[in-house]
Design a protein around this ligand. Structure first.
Ligand code: ISJ
Length: 288
């Protein structure tokens, strides 16, 4: 349990990592301090593990942090945020946004589902959202008007629709529609609506089990190294993902990993829209 005593009296602290490619620059080379262990899983698994006490800190879905703000605090300088497109949180659709009626959702996501709800409500589109697993292509073929996908597979599917990227073009010039499939990047739509960054994940912990200082320090060191070696990180993951390294490098540098003032503005605005009755958000002490 949190901060509990294991065999031999050693204090153990457990981390739960959502290890999508988007956190590779922070987590790939993280050296865990003694007495800290880590497990990995998809967002909904790690959200549940943190809330049940199975893990003590996790990079959880921002919306779960907001919903549980009475019991959770977040590290003050870590986030998975973007200002504008994110490339890996996509609605694939066959009818224009205003005509969406039936949308399939992945069970992996919490924040992106809440973001989709906020965006649909904000544009007056009363679409019905249903849980259904599968690729965008299969679910569109099965009759859904739209399919929400997140994470590495969403990045691959996005590129499959809008790619390829040639030497003469840049990521931002890729189209939003091809072959009858439209792709709406939810973070880009959030930016158009609010002018703010969108925070997908924060590093949250239960207030009664704050992380040891050496863990936070190790995360800062590994983030600094990861960002400093982004081309190598991108190349390693490009191979795994089956995507060009240029695409993965652009994808990675586009993230805002430090939960800075603009990110907090975006987080607070999302909190007000998605969970209007939330408790005040708590952040740990800023780094010295
Ligand atoms: C940007 C992403 O953010 C992720 C989306 C999450 C969610 O929708 O709940 C949770 C954690 C994030 O790391 C992504 O999956 O592509």
């Amino acid at each position: 349990m949190a901060g509990g005593r294991g065999a031999g009296g050693a204090v153990s602290y457990r981390a739960g990592w959502i290890h999508y490619t988007n956190v590779a620059p922070i987590l790939d080379d993280l050296v865990l301090p003694p007495r800290v262990s880590a497990v990995t899983g998809v967002p909904t698994q790690m959200n549940a593990a943190l809330l049940s006490g199975e893990v003590d800190i996790a990079n959880i879905s921002a919306v779960e942090f907001i919903r549980n703000a009475a019991t959770l605090a977040a590290l003050p300088d870590f986030s998975v945020s973007v200002l504008g497109p994110v490339y890996s949180v996509n609605l694939f659709h066959r009818v224009p946004w205003p005509d969406l009626k039936r949308v399939a959702l992945t069970a992996q996501s919490a924040t992106s589902v809440a973001l989709l709800e906020v965006l649909l409500r904000g544009s007056g589109v009363p679409a019905v959202l249903e849980r259904a697993e599968g690729t965008a292509q299969d679910l569109l073929a099965a009759g859904y008007d739209g399919v929400l996908r997140i994470g590495d597979s969403a990045l691959r599917e996005w590129y499959g629709v809008v790619g390829p990227l040639t030497e003469a073009t840049t990521m931002t010039a890729l189209p939003h529609t091809r072959g009858g499939v439209m792709v709406t990047d939810l973070a880009e739509k959030w930016f158009e609506l609010t002018g703010h960054p969108f925070v997908f994940a924060v590093w949250a912990y239960r207030k009664d089990a704050p992380p040891p200082a050496d863990l936070v320090q190790a995360m800062r060191v590994s983030r600094r190294r990861g960002i400093g070696a982004l081309a190598q990180v991108a190349e390693r993951h490009a191979e795994k993902l089956g995507l060009p390294a240029r695409v993965v490098q652009h994808y990675l540098w586009n993230f805002r990993y430090h939960l800075e003032a603009p990110d907090r503005l975006g987080l607070r605005e999302f909190a007000a829209k998605a969970v209007p009755d939330h408790a005040p958000l708590s952040f740990g002490a800023p780094p010295t």
